[in-house]
Ligand binder design. Sequence first.
Ligand SMILES: [Zn+2]
Length: 137
Amino acid sequence: MDTCHFEGCETQPNEHLFIDGDPYCSPHYNIVLEDRLKESFQNWDGDSDQDFENFRKYLARLSDEQRWTTKGDSFLSQYRIKKRAYDFEKTDEGCEFKIERHLNTWEGTGKQRDVIEHWRANIEDKVLVLLDKTNSS
Ligand SMILES: [Zn+2]
């Protein structure tokens, strides 16, 4: 039987917790993911390169799995951050990004409103803040 892949840990891994195919126990799973988030954040120089892709991947995964505090009248999911967010900008504590949403689509034609949400992520405090919403044209 495999043990947790964290160096020196003899614990049996959680059968649902994998990082890049390697199994981990619950505490080490979170520690390793947080380390990778911070590492990719430090390596990310603001360009859309592999470091950015890693940062976005770990941000999406951690904020969703750890249920980071969300401030504002909306919500984010792992899918939204990973697939729909754009215009990422690096900040001192994390990043800011935008997501376009289509509201009221169930009310029929002519009622749809597209809004652009502007979010800020703080990876130290584990908080996602909705800064503003603007109508998209
Ligand atoms: Zn472990």
